[in-house]
Design a protein around this ligand. Structure first.
Ligand code: RET
Length: 267
């Protein structure tokens, strides 16, 4: 069944069907897929493709919005554009790798390593904290994000449950610190402000807390289910992808909302 489908696809060159990007080797068709289950493999392929499309679309949109906010918030929107631009590139690489039958978790972690500190920075730009306080927050929060992602990688790429748990616990320490610090700052900013600005900050807080929680849970899927379970691997990939879309593109929109609400009087 799969072979017939692939052959038809090959004839009609319908290369958008992930598994069916069929390399032709030595007169014999070879297919490469990460997961043996066709449906699950296709689901991850589609999620990664969707992620690429959303990130690149959001990149163009944020670029068009930079000038729509007051000068002091423009860099916040520009950073949002940089974040989804970098993610669009990494998603493209993950998607095309998956289509070729390979997974390189390095792209995901390289992406986080660059974009998570940037997300923190874009938030601090529109939050309205004093320049001094912002600097202080950045000097602890940015290293904490790097530590969180750096400690997650060895666990993510290990096959041993005990290694995975060890690095999960280690990575949770900076994670908890970051979430507590950011939610405290956001709560304070929400109360300091009134009206549309306060509402926009509260929305951004909810999105941030909910989506960031997905990551440490998604990481544990292959530990909770047995290693190599294809359903768990699919769930992990899909969870990370949707969390990334929310944490970068939707959160970017929230940042834009805050910046626009703040620009209301002055722009
Ligand atoms: C890891 C390892 C296991 C423990 C924890 C993790 C946290 C990851 C987070 C990633 C956030 C990424 C974002 C990307 C969006 O651009 C590394 C999975 C706590 C919180 C926000």
């Amino acid at each position: 069944m799969l072979c017939a489908q692939q052959f038809l696809c090959y004839l009609s060159e319908c290369s958008e069907v992930g598994l069916l990007d069929v390399p032709f080797k030595g007169g014999k068709m070879e297919t490469y897929s990460v997961l043996k289950d066709f449906e699950l493999n296709q689901l991850v392929y589609n999620a990664l493709s969707f992620g690429t499309a959303v990130m690149l679309g959001a990149f163009v949109y944020f670029l068009t919005q930079i000038k729509s906010v007051a000068k002091q918030y423009q860099s916040g929107v520009a950073v949002s554009a940089v974040v989804v631009g970098i993610a669009g590139y990494h998603y493209y690489r993950m998607w095309s790798g998956w289509a070729a039958g390979t997974v390189n978790e390095g792209y995901r972690y390289a992406d986080w390593l660059i974009t998570v500190p940037l997300l923190v920075i874009e938030l601090l730009i529109v939050l309205g904290v004093t320049a001094d306080h912002r600097k202080k927050l950045m000097t602890t929060l940015v290293p904490a994000t790097v530590l969180m992602i750096g400690l997650g990688y060895p666990g993510e790429t290990s096959n041993s449950d005990s290694t995975k748990w060890t690095f999960w616990v280690l990575s949770m320490l900076p994670f908890i610190y970051i979430l507590l610090t950011l939610s405290k700052e956001m709560k304070a900013a929400g109360t300091r402000e009134t009206g549309a600005v306060s509402a926009a900050i509260k929305n951004a807080t909810t999105i941030l807390l909910l989506t960031w929680l997905v990551y440490p849970i998604g990481y544990l899927f292959p530990v909770i289910f047995e290693a190599g379970n294809e359903g768990a691997e699919t769930a992990r990939q899909v969870a990370y992808t949707f969390a990334d879309i929310t944490a970068k593109a939707l959160f970017g929109l929230m940042i834009l909302n805050i910046a626009k609400a703040r620009s209301g009087d002055s722009h």
